[in-house]
Design a binder for this molecule. Structure first.
Ligand code: 6GU
Length: 239
């Protein structure tokens, strides 16, 4: 999978992309991330990417010309399937969205900064959509872009060692993950649930499924409401 990131802070990206599973994926070429410096698409001496807001008010607005020039450069030279503006006004990023992007194979992520970007970037159809990683405010889209890159990369075959660990993750099937335990069997009076030590794998699978269902119902009623539960699931939820 290939990501092209348009940003005024390319230096934001190298170290998160060099460590752990993502680091290995980048090293092996399974995931490619290229940054494009937005300032390279300005024409004034100070490489100005922002300006004051028409109508007044605090904060600066990202200028549309360097953004469009950068995107036209990306389109001409990188062949990206989709262009996404990271913005708190966007559609909420979730696992389904990650699957969709991973299916596209390549994506251009545009990092907004300041108070926002000139709306004509969106009105003019220069981006396919706006995307937010949650209902809180960041200084800019760079952290959000990294979240999208990491999440989509996990879905690229070969990036996460065990395919099943992706399948079992929280949200993969719309449920939260079950709890996990490792040694010691007892810690400060806290014991590991007996069933996990039983060696009865059918029983363990049932217990885990039930814990996932209970956690989702208790913590995320919004997720629960979207599920269609099987007969088995409904039985597991009986007290
Ligand atoms: Cl994509 N950008 C900014 N600036 N803030 C955010 C966000 C994005 N997603 C959540 N908060």
């Amino acid at each position: 999978m290939r990501f092209v990131v348009v940003t005024i802070f390319p230096e934001f990206f190298p170290s998160p992309l060099a460590v752990g599973l993502l680091g290995k994926a980048v090293e092996s070429g399974l995931v490619q991330v290229e940054t494009v410096q937005l300032r390279d698409f300005t024409h004034d001496r100070h490489q100005t990417v922002d300006d004051t807001s028409f109508g007044g008010g605090p904060g600066m607005v990202m200028r549309v010309e360097p953004l469009v020039d950068a995107l036209e450069h990306v389109r001409a030279s990188h062949k990206v399937a989709r262009t996404v503006l990271l913005s708190p006004r966007g559609r909420r990023f979730d696992q389904a969205c990650a699957r969709e992007y991973a299916g596209h194979g390549s994506i251009c992520l545009v990092c907004g900064r300041y108070e926002g970007v000139d709306e004509r970037l969106i009105e003019g159809g220069f981006v396919d959509e706006e995307l937010s990683i949650g209902d809180y405010v960041l200084n800019g889209g760079e952290v959000a872009a990294l979240a999208v890159i990491e999440c989509c990369s996990r879905l690229v075959p070969g990036v996460v060692g065990k395919e099943e660990s992706v399948v079992q993750d929280s949200f993969f099937d719309g449920l939260l993950d079950h709890p996990h335990y490792t040694r010691p069997r007892e810690f400060r009076g806290l014991a590991v649930p007996e069933v996990l030590l039983s060696g009865n794998h059918a029983e363990i699978d049932r217990w885990r499924r039930r814990q996932s269902l209970l956690a989702t119902a208790a913590r995320r009623p919004d997720l629960m409401a979207r599920l269609t539960l099987s007969e088995d699931d409904l039985r597991l939820l009986q007290p």
